[in-house]
Ligand binder design. Sequence first.
Ligand SMILES: CC(C)(COP(=O)(O)OP(=O)(O)OC[C@H]1O[C@@H](n2cnc3c(N)ncnc32)[C@H](O)[C@@H]1OP(=O)(O)O)[C@@H](O)C(=O)NCCC(=O)NCCS
Length: 100
Amino acid sequence: MYAEAPPADNRDEIPEAAYADGASWRLRGMATSDAARGTGLGRTVLEECFAVVRENGGRYLWCNARLVAVPFYERLGLEAVGPEFDIPGIGPHYVMWRAV
Ligand SMILES: CC(C)(COP(=O)(O)OP(=O)(O)OC[C@H]1O[C@@H](n2cnc3c(N)ncnc32)[C@H](O)[C@@H]1OP(=O)(O)O)[C@@H](O)C(=O)NCCC(=O)NCCS
């Protein structure tokens, strides 16, 4: 996770304040192990990420979410913004974001 503005293509759907320097942090490589999945670990990790963003002066978190992970992120309060796009070799994704 590191400070990075959301994609410019989503500027119509994400608050303008999220594009200010240092306002947004990008989450990458989110995963829990097969054995731990479904036990609340993903929620714990993501809630800690929200706290880290806040502690560093950020106000928004965003990510490129795999289509299969969209319901997980929605449960954690992120919103999908369009359009769906493909990352070759990985599959369909949406940009997702939330204020933290
Ligand atoms: C997505 C992933 C990180 C979720 O982690 P997890 O440890 O299983 O998530 P949790 O058990 O903490 O679930 C958190 C909440 O999301 C919900 N949730 C998780 N997966 C869900 C799904 N597919 N559909 C609907 N709700 C889901 C849980 O019910 C839970 O809700 P609650 O806290 O209100 O009870 C995990 O499934 C994973 O690593 N998947 C493979 C890698 C991947 O796709 N990563 C995302 C890349 S963008």
